[in-house]
Design a protein around this ligand. Structure first.
Ligand code: URA
Ligand code: SF4
Length: 220
């Protein structure tokens, strides 16, 4: 399904792709009269993250994981926070969930370095627990700035934490999937977190549908 079809040739993601769903929640654009706050480049954001001690998560980290990828990416993926492998390497989604994510991206025709991959919090929470509300809000200026600088065509929120941070609501994935939300003018699609797919393979099919919706939005 998510893997290339047997026989070597990858199946065309368009075959059987669901139609683009209707609109969802709207996070309005920032008032341009206020001016663009803070950092001007992804490198400046990464440098600020590297020196950040704004929340408790700074204490347990080995490396910060600001995010990586194409600065001109059409598609930006947002996860929850670094896990163990990410903390050790300073790179997002390089553990088991990351391998799955890389496969999902390949199935819609993207290599990892064509997109940009980042997380809601840039430091690893202890025991991979969900980041706390004050940690997410302490870290949110970095994600906000990354998205403002990147100006992608589409944002894909991976899991409920990313959806909650970006859309500023606490709702189930069932409620948030199958809609095209708007984050400061950019279409935003919500899907399952790849780590959840490792636990529950039944969610692979709906995820495959969601990423194909996101992929179509890039072309729209
Ligand atoms: N899970 C996430 O949410 N982000 C990562 O970078 C790795 C695993
Ligand atoms: Fe700073 Fe974010 Fe790391 Fe907290 S998680 S210390 S806010 S970079």
């Amino acid at each position: 399904m998510i893997e290339p079809a047997k026989g070597g040739k990858a199946k065309d993601w368009r075959v059987g792709a669901p139609p683009i769903p209707g609109p969802g929640l709207v996070i309005p654009p920032l008032d341009p009269a206020l001016g663009a706050p803070g950092w001007a480049t992804l490198e400046e954001v990464a440098a600020a993250v590297a020196g950040c001690t704004k929340c408790f998560l700074a204490q347990g980290r080995t490396n910060v994981v600001p995010g990586e990828g194409n600065p001109n990416a059409d598609l930006v993926l947002v996860g929850e926070g670094p896990g163990q492998t990410e903390d050790q390497t300073g790179r997002p989604f390089v553990g088991r969930a990351g391998e799955l994510l890389t496969g999902i991206l390949a199935a819609i025709g993207y290599s990892r370095d064509q997109v940009f991959i980042c997380n809601v919090v840039k430091c690893r929470p202890p025991q991979n627990r969900k980041p706390l509300p004050d940690e997410m809000s302490a870290c949110s200026p970095f994600l906000e700035a990354q998205l403002r600088i990147l100006r992608p065509k589409v944002i894909l929120a991976l899991g409920a934490t990313a959806a909650e941070a970006l859309l500023q609501v606490k709702r189930s994935l069932t409620d948030l999937r199958e809609k095209v939300h708007s984050y400061r003018g950019t279409p935003l699609v919500v899907t399952y977190h790849p780590a959840a797919l490792l636990r529950n393979p039944n969610w692979k099919k709906p995820t495959w549908d969601d990423v194909r919706i996101a992929r179509q939005l890039v072309d729209r």
